[in-house]
Write a protein of this length. Structure first.
Length: 269
């Protein structure tokens, strides 16, 4: 009993230590967007020993995509002050090489110590940067009044249930009405904007989506889950870099964005 109490105390203390200032995170995402637009990874808060992964490959941050200037047409970010993390979605439809970029940053103190990016472009799953830009700009990700915000565990559970349902049809996903999914550049809500069009049928074989990494922002009901998506990529059946960016309102999924890269054109499907 004493051991359990000690573990609980350690967990609470760790969470308290991890918490950081939202204003600092806001500054960091603004700096990240500016850095990607300029092709200059030298963000003010970047740690000298930063770990940088691009499409799940350890890369020198000075040689990766962040060192290339990208024309950014639209961006949206999440700020997780509980675990000192951020998420940013960049839509770069008018860039010479179009991209949709999802980036997760982790902090130790006031320094960015980890940057993880999933950068999709032509040939990746359902990729269409023009379609992505058009539809993401139509969505409303306004701040949710404090009294109506969902708790962190509610937001995360909604996202986990969505991913779990892909191989387990018994999972009752909390889809809202309306709910729309933006998969690459394809938008399920284009013809029925007031309906739930997010439903995903069960895949033809069972699998487990592993290596889930979360960023949660209660102020906008936002969640992003970096993960290894199995099955979809014929060239990497054990899991290809993917992220699912979602908004939860009243415990129900409202928007879902998927960004998945492929080792072969359109994942060989």
């Amino acid at each position: 009993m004493i051991y359990s109490v000690l573990l609980a105390c350690v967990g609470l203390a760790s969470q308290a230590l991890a918490q950081c200032d939202r204003a600092m995170l806001l500054e960091a995402t603004a700096a990240y967007v500016k850095a990607q637009a300029a092709g200059d990874p030298n963000m003010p808060a970047l740690a000298s020993n930063v770990s940088y992964l691009e499409n799940d490959v350890v890369t020198d941050i000075k040689a990766g995509l962040l060192s290339q200037a990208v024309t950014i047409d639209f961006n949206r970010s999440l700020h997780d002050s509980t675990q000192c993390a951020t998420f940013t979605e960049l839509s770069a439809a008018t860039n010479k090489v179009p991209y949709v970029i999802h980036t997760r940053m982790l902090f130790t103190g006031d320094k960015i110590t980890t940057v993880q990016t999933v950068a999709a472009n032509d040939g990746d799953w359902a990729f269409n940067a023009t379609g992505h830009l058009y539809w993401t700009k139509q969505e409303k990700w306004d701040v949710i009044p404090e009294a109506k915000r969902d708790a962190r565990d509610v937001i995360q559970k909604a996202g986990d249930m969505y991913l779990d349902s892909w191989s387990d049809g018994s999972v009752k996903v909390p889809y809202g009405t309306p709910c729309a999914r933006l998969e690459g550049g394809s938008y399920t809500g284009s013809g029925r904007p007031t309906a739930n069009t997010c439903f995903m049928p069960v895949f033809p074989e069972a699998f487990t989506i592993s290596n889930r990494r979360y960023v949660i922002d209660e102020e906008v009901g936002g969640l992003d889950i970096f993960n290894d998506f199995p099955f979809i990529d014929a060239g990497k059946p054990d899991g290809t870099p993917s992220t699912n960016f979602m908004r939860v309102e009243g415990g129900m999924l409202r928007y879902i964005h998927e960004n998945t890269v492929c080792t072969t054109p359109r994942c060989g499907r």
